[in-house]
Design a protein around this ligand. Structure first.
Ligand SMILES: *Cc1c(COP(=O)(O)O)cnc(C)c1O
Length: 428
């Protein structure tokens, strides 16, 4: 049998001699699913093409940013046009003002917004601001949620840390992690207890309003509402980490979709349309503690970079002008959920599918998946087998049972059918 991944296998061996694990971000490795990662060469719409010439339907979309599909003409043209002016100034530009106005018009509860270059930066800055604003140090995060790789967040974190079972991260001092309190997702009582135990010490609660880094986990009725009230009661800043959900679940992200107001919001992924952009924003009073207005320092040489922002601006503008795209994404999500469910049911494979809008995850197990613990209890080895089957059939899923799948507007009936046909051929 010919080896269809020959070039990728050669490349990962070479890569590993130059780059740790051969990858520049751990989730790209196939360490947990086995085998060697596929090296990508180009992409168009819903499809990826690898170095060996294989073609895949993309359910990762660069882990979220490519909501318009790959090489959307509006985005590539915007970048090409901007390229002719300059790459970077380190001085303010008109486009940044337009971008801030656009973000504010789409997202609720954003009076002031600052651009950064990644989701990690957005979250670590938001936490610093919440601490500076409240004068308190501790914060609550949820087990299995991922807020980027800043020290304080790498406690019971999701994404690659869940995939590779990294419980504690060497290099993070006790001091850096000391003020990180954790609770189980969807468990309001634990949040209540923490507020009671650390009266007047909690600066913030940070949460993925729909979690996407331990599979897709939907907040149960009353959970986020309860956190909102607790934050009000205890004068803590509620930070919604919308790096994944922002501009994906609705124009106004999870805030709009779930009708809950956060005090600070962080963005990444879709906001850059495939180039490095992140943002944090929120209530004027809190945001005015940021330098140069206030003393909470936060900065970036390439923050608001014209090329990156042009890609983000084109992406957000397209979503803003075509709100029916969200209805389309919802319909695709529901269809996938139903059809995948039907296919697995016919095979007698126990499963749970969580889905909201264009986020979906398939867990092999019969119980509901509502938090990190229940996500961990699903059949991971079956997922790994499923992953490789789908890859061989030309469907590119996240190489981890702990990641949500993200699809784009480029997925049509045709791609849905191909995906379901691939699942129909799976033998557990
Ligand atoms: C991806 C992600 C981050 C980190 O963003 P980077 O751009 O990778 O630094 C933070 N929070 C959430 C919810 C994410 O999904």
């Amino acid at each position: 049998m010919s080896n269809k991944y020959k070039k990728s296998e050669q490349l990962i061996q070479e890569a590993a001699t130059h780059i740790p694990g051969g990858v520049n971000s751990p989730v790209r490795a196939f360490k947990s699913v086995g085998g060697s990662p596929v090296f990508m060469k180009r992409a168009k719409g819903a499809y990826l093409f690898d170095e060996d010439g294989n073609q895949y339907i993309d359910y990762i979309n660069s882990w979220g940013p490519m909501i318009l599909g790959h090489n959307h003409p509006n985005v590539t043209e915007a970048i090409q046009e901007k390229l002719q002016d300059a790459l970077s100034f380190g001085a303010p530009t008109k486009l940044e003002v337009e971008m801030a106005k656009l973000i504010k018009s789409m997202a609720p509860n954003v009076d002031l917004v600052r651009l950064v270059s990644s989701g990690t930066e957005a979250c670590m800055s938001a936490l610093r601001i919440a601490r500076g604003y409240t004068g308190k140090n501790k914060f609550i995060k949820f087990e299995g949620c991922y807020h980027g790789h800043a020290d304080a967040f790498l406690v019971k974190a999701g994404s690659g840390l869940a995939t590779f079972n990294i419980q504690t991260v060497p290099g993070i001092t006790a001091g850096a992690a000391n003020d990180t309190l954790t609770a189980a997702y969807n468990n309001l009582d634990e949040v209540k207890s923490l507020f009671a135990q650390y009266e007047n010490e909690i600066a913030a609660v940070i949460i993925e309003p729909v979690a996407g880094n331990m599979g897709c986990i939907i907040p149960q009725q009353g959970f986020l509402e309860g956190i909102r009230s607790l934050c009000d009661e205890h004068k803590a800043v509620l930070i919604f980490d919308e790096v994944m959900t922002g501009f994906r679940l609705a124009k106004g992200g999870a805030q709009e979709r779930l009708k809950i107001n956060a005090d600070l919001v962080t963005y990444g992924k879709v906001i850059g349309g495939g180039l490095p952009v992140g943002a944090f924003g929120g209530k004027r009073e809190i945001m005015e503690s940021v330098a140069p207005v206030g003393k909470v320092y936060q900065a970036g040489t390439l923050s608001g970079n014209p090329i990156a922002v042009s890609a983000g601006f084109a992406t957000l503008s397209y979503l803003n002008e075509n709100p029916e795209l969200y209805t389309q994404l919802d319909r695709t999500g529901e269809l996938l959920k139903n059809l995948i469910g039907e296919s697995l049911f016919k095979k007698g494979i126990e499963h749970t599918i969580n889905q909201l809008g264009s986020m979906i995850s398939v867990h092999f197990g019969e119980h509901a998946v509502t938090d990190f613990k229940t996500a961990s209890e699903s059949n991971i080895s079956l997922f790994n087998k499923f992953f490789h089957h789908m890859l061989d059939e030309g469907v590119y899923l996240p190489p981890s049972a702990y990641e949500s799948w993200f699809f784009s507007i480029a997925i049509t009936q045709n791609e849905i059918e191909k995906t379901i046909n691939a699942i129909n051929k799976f033998e557990s």
